[in-house]
Design a protein around this ligand. Structure first.
Ligand code: AHM
Ligand code: MG
Length: 335
């Protein structure tokens, strides 16, 4: 039972028992993500000082090369997770291939794989706009003890054990699900502790916000164009409000709290859309469904898609249930 003001550490321990035959491995893994999030948060907060402290490619005062923040976030997450030997494999939007974690003494005894986008929306960093980290956790399908394989990563989103994001915004928040609802924790930066601030988050069934990069309008399909015109029509609760940050985590977070829909359709320029099924769409779809929202590729639930490759892209429509269903109606008729 979620209690307000509970810390994330306390919440993880208390909820471990919700898992049948729990060995505490998933709890340890979420704890490691919590730690990596704090490290990345610290780096993201310093981003505005880069001009003073040196830019990417420069050498800092310790004589180390300055890294771009997305590369740095990627390394911090991989280091934190692999040092603790709590996963058998990691796949990242920043890496071409998955990374196998070989725990020498434990002989690949770990059962989870993690997929993540270390710093999503990173083009927003230079202009001091929110960015985020997205993560997705699966139980491996190959036998424990053997090496991790591609099969362990290419699982439909429905099989996720946990997923979440960290939004580095006006406050830093960690929002996650283990399949028992969605809970949000806000970081108190003074003491480096996440507190439960948003227990049992619920996606409003309806909303009045639509989030899409309308600059791509002429490249969208007929169904998407017609839906956008529907949003702009003068009727009852419409026209809707348009809000698009260009940082999926922030756009999703706002819409989950206020009610709305996020669209990244395919277009004549991006034939499969832009967003990645495994690192971005599946974890967000799991969070959406767990909070009462919906996520679709326009025709089918995102979580039912059988992935074919690690960096696969898909069209993404995610948000308030009734809004996503309305988009599906338009897609069915007009494509
Ligand atoms: P990234 O992983 O390279 O940062 O790209 C993903 C981001 C999402 O956060 C955001 O929703 C989208 O790209 C914005 O794309 P666009 O600028 O085409 O609207
Ligand atoms: Mg991304």
């Amino acid at each position: 039972m979620a209690k307000r003001n509970q810390t994330l550490g306390e919440f993880i321990i208390e909820n471990q028992n919700a898992f049948l035959y729990s060995t505490g491995e998933l709890s340890k893994l979420i704890n490691a993500i919590r730690l990596a999030a704090k490290v990345v948060n610290h780096e993201v907060n310093k981003a505005g000082l880069i001009d003073i402290l040196g830019t990417s490619g420069d050498v800092n005062v310790q004589g180390e090369d300055q890294q771009k923040l997305d590369v740095l976030a990627n390394n911090k997450f991989i280091q934190t997770l692999s040092n603790r030997e709590i996963v058998c494999g990691i796949a990242s939007e920043e890496e071409d291939d998955f990374v196998a974690i070989n725990s020498l003494d434990k002989k690949h005894q770990n059962k989870y794989v993690v997929l993540f986008d270390p710093l999503d929306g990173s083009s927003n960093i230079d202009v001091n706009v929110s960015v985020g980290t997205i993560f997705s956790i699966y139980r491996r399908v190959t036998p424990i003890g053997g090496p991790v394989t591609m099969e362990d990563f290419l699982q439909p989103g429905r099989k996720q054990v946990a997923a979440g994001y960290i939004v580095y915004g006006t406050s830093t928040m960690l929002v996650y699900t283990t399949g028992h609802g969605v809970n949000g924790f806000t970081l108190n930066p003074a003491i480096g502790t996440f507190y439960l601030s948003h227990p049992d988050m619920k996606y409003p069934e309806d909303g009045q916000i639509y989030s899409v990069n309308e600059g791509n309008y002429i490249h969208f399909s007929e169904g998407v164009k017609k839906y956008i015109k529907y949003c702009q029509m003068e009727e009852e609760d419409r026209p809707y409000t348009s809000r698009y940050i260009g940082s999926l985590v922030s756009d999703f977070h706002r819409n989950m709290i206020k009610g709305g829909v996020f669209l990244y359709p395919k277009s004549s320029r991006a034939k499969e859309g832009k967003l990645r099924l495994l690192y971005e769409c599946n974890p967000m779809a799991f969070l959406a469904e767990q909070s009462g929202g919906k996520a679709s590729d326009g025709f089918h639930p995102i979580l039912d898609i059988e992935p074919k490759e690690l960096h696969q892209r898909v069209p993404f429509f995610c948000g308030s249930k009734n809004m996503v269903e309305k988009i599906e109606e338009y897609m069915k008729i007009y494509g």
